[in-house]
Design a protein around this ligand. Sequence first.
Ligand code: PLP
Length: 385
Amino acid sequence: MKTVYFDNNATTKVAEEVLEEVKPLFCELYGNPSSMHTFGGQIGRRIRRAREQVAGLLGCETSEIVFTGGGTESDNTAIKGVLAAAPNRRIVITTRVEHPAVLAVCRELENHGYMIVELSVDRQGRLDMAELEEHLDDDTALVTIMYANNETGTVFPIEDIAELVTSKGALFHTDAVQAVGKIPLDLSKSNIDLLSLSGHKLHAPKGVGVLYVRKGTRLSPFMLGGHQEAGRRAGTENVPGIVGMGKACELAAENLEAENSKVKALRDKLERTILQKCPDCRLNGDPDNRLPNTTNISFEYIEGEAILLMLDKYGICASSGSACTSGSLEPSHVLRAMGVPFTAAHGSIRFSLSRYNTEDEVDYTIEKLPPIINQLRELSPFVTK
Ligand code: PLP
């Protein structure tokens, strides 16, 4: 059975071009970039090249790029590193819809005397700028708000937020793990101070990430040890990961146009047809400001898990907006924050596409899904028959 992979916000396939670039780094060019010998020196050159490729995609300087072990580490480093360098400020502002890599850190900080403000969102997942402005004051150390939501694809007005936050003297970090490579982003024209990204969301290997740190930003290192990454992230570099990340960023820049035309057209066809063919379903997220690859749809009165299992029988991979915790299904914190009714949040499915998806895969899914929904509704105790 073929696999139709519509779960690219969870992780992506490593691009063939990335794999080719990375292969020699395991058994041929395996030196330590910190070594004095020529053999190690060649590896250092590859890391420098990767730094240029990442900086090229982001529109920043190479000295502003810190390679990390992934999106979670970048988020942790940004938040904890800023606070450690500014001990007099005690307020952190974030949103209720962040990824746990941000939310869990913020909630833990509350145990250490920080005041955390979690901004709310409306039914379409949008922020209220007035609420943000109200909470900004001289005691605000950091505002950390995601660029684009991993579950709904909703894109926040990050440049406006960065301008507002920095004009009030606080630092601004954005978790751009889902945005980089999908929508244009230019840090040379931006007020963003820190930005996180993750390799495995943009066709690089897992276990590598980047933290952009704007020149002059005060940040205490999270990992202590050797002097790698100019003292900002200790530990022998994950050379294949870093080189893969560099190549993936170069490819992302080349494919940005396709992402916003071809991938978006496929996503739109999938979404439009599902909404037409399946009764009692609704779109979750901001229809106007959304990642081009993501659609999140709620199917009333049925469990997302049941839909996923039946899709899986046809080799179709997607994900649901509920997580199984201690035997019960908890609707996602994102959909709850948006006020999506319980019955709809339980039956939500996210399809996230990539440049490797085809129209045939979309057509196949459109053919298989409506009968699955009808069948599950027949079995649903919530539907009056
Ligand atoms: N932030 C967002 C928005 C994500 O979607 C993810 C991964 O799902 C992460 C952070 C964590 O990234 P990583 O898996 O590289 O640690």
